[in-house]
Design a protein around this ligand. Structure first.
Ligand code: PLP
Length: 447
């Protein structure tokens, strides 16, 4: 080990304890290994701290906003305190609201139903489908993929410049960190451009919040959305936080109990409803108190662990993976903004002469490494990145358009990324040891 490696290793904090760290999986070639979960971008493992907090609360579980009993009161307090914790975690403004949803997808769909009449939406083609698709019923402008952060700002300014700021309202939806390249987007600059043209902006922080502190105030965004299951809290909740006005003026996202303050039968047989004006307006039905509580627990755990130290650690792992991949012949890492772009621990790549599904299947079956292959719910972006590049005929047939994605975070031990790099190098050098075939478009083991 070189002196500089020792210095780096000493300065890097330990991974946070997560569930599943002791799980072993069988290898098709015989024996077992500890499972290397390198698909954090899809769903991250639960933090041990989150699991422990949920387990400690579970006996006290009760209905929220509905019961007179002690446990209902306690659960209601827990749920409402979770809002405050999330607002602090996101550094929200005093008037911002935190709405608990099911996920980022749900949060952005909620916002889509709350757009004022005539609202124009601007979104880059590079977005995850959760951010690209909810606006289909509105006037949506899809912007071309930029090849640098500066070009992203220029593209948005040009698009917004065509409209009169006194015109109808407008919303920009942008990701904080790409779920394909991991690259950070210039959110602060895009927010400034949006506001200069009288538009608002919502940040899709699904991939940013688990890897990087997010300050709504500092970034100047109007809303932020993220998912608990990517933030080490896989209990079915997400968040939409930000300005209250559009949400207050919109009809309830779901109609039902909890969202309604007063309901009365009319003489003509119909029903009159008075909807809540607060966050309850968009949280109809029984709230997922465990989901909300687990997110709050994860927010506290990341903050208390020292988010900056976790960022440093992740940057160390990113360097290891990128340097390792750069040494393997035939591997091409996908990037929109180039080598030096700041990024989180999400890296996609293709391997010459390999079908991506075959490669990912072999990593799992022969090395116990879980990654993802495909287009990652960002089809237009991956097509731009592949540039029409088609892989040659491999064992699982001609490659469809697809890449391989490795992603990691606060719970990832260094050994997992090192094993991943060794496995990639060995697969490229020596090929797969097992036989695979295609079944329903996916590469599977031949048993
Ligand atoms: N936005 C980004 C950038 C994502 O990566 C994802 C999920 O992968 C989503 C939105 C959607 O998140 P969810 O599936 O939790 O709704």
């Amino acid at each position: 080990m070189s002196v500089s490696t020792v210095a780096v290793a000493q300065s890097v904090c330990a991974p946070l304890p997560v569930l599943g760290r002791d799980v072993t999986v069988p290898l098709v070639t015989g024996g077992e290994v500890s499972y290397a979960a390198l698909d954090y971008a899809a769903s991250a493992p639960a933090l041990q701290r989150v699991w422990d907090d949920v387990a400690a609360y579970a006996p006290y579980y009760g209905s929220v906003h509905r019961g007179a009993g002690y446990l209902s009161q306690l659960s209601t307090d827990l749920f409402e305190n979770a809002r405050t914790t999330v607002a602090e975690f996101l550094d929200c403004r005093p008037d911002d609201q935190v709405v608990f949803t099911r996920s980022t997808t749900d949060s952005l769909n909620l916002l889509a139903t709350a757009l004022p009449a005539g609202c124009q939406v601007f979104v880059f083609e590079t977005e995850h489908h959760a951010a690209l698709l909810p606006w289909q019923d509105t006037h949506v402008t899809v912007l071309d993929a930029p090849r640098s952060p500066e070009q992203a700002v220029r593209t948005l300014e040009r698009a917004l410049g065509d409209r009169d700021p006194h015109d109808s309202p407008a919303l920009v939806c942008v990701t904080g960190a790409s779920n394909v390249t991991g690259e950070l987007w210039p959110v602060r600059e895009l927010a400034r451009a949006a506001h200069a043209h009288g538009a608002r902006i919502v940040l899709d922080a699904a991939q940013l919040a688990p890897h990087h502190p997010v300050s709504v105030r500092d970034l100047g965004v109007d809303w932020v959305a993220f998912s608990g299951h990517k933030l080490y809290a896989p209990f079915g909740s997400g968040v939409l936080a930000g300005r209250a006005d559009w949400l207050r003026e919109a009809g309830p996202y779901l109609a039902g109990g909890g969202a309604s303050r007063k309901v009365a039968r009319r003489a003509d047989g119909g029903v009159d409803v008075e909807w809540h004006e607060s966050v309850a307006r968009h949280e109809a039905g029984s709230p997922n108190v465990i989901g909300a509580y687990s997110i709050a627990s994860a927010c506290k755990a990341l903050t208390e662990a020292g988010f900056e130290a976790l960022v440093d650690r992740e940057q160390h792992l990113i360097r290891r993976v990128r340097e390792g991949l750069a040494e393997v012949p035939g591997v091409r890492v996908l990037s929109l903004f180039g080598e030096d772009a700041p990024r989180v621990g999400v890296i996609s790549f293709v391997v010459e002469d390999w079908n991506s599904s075959h490669f990912a299947a072999a990593l799992s079956a022969e090395y116990g490494i879980g990654v993802r292959d495909g287009l990652f719910c960002a089809h237009p972006l991956v097509r731009v990145l592949l540039g029409g590049d088609r892989r040659a005929q491999g064992e699982c047939g001609a490659s469809a358009e697809a890449a391989i994605r490795v992603s990691f975070g606060a719970g990832t031990p260094e050994e997992h990324v090192d094993r991943f790099i060794r496995a990639v190098a060995e697969l490229v050098r020596s090929g797969a040891k097992w036989t695979y075939r295609t079944e329903s478009g996916r590469c599977v083991l031949v048993r």
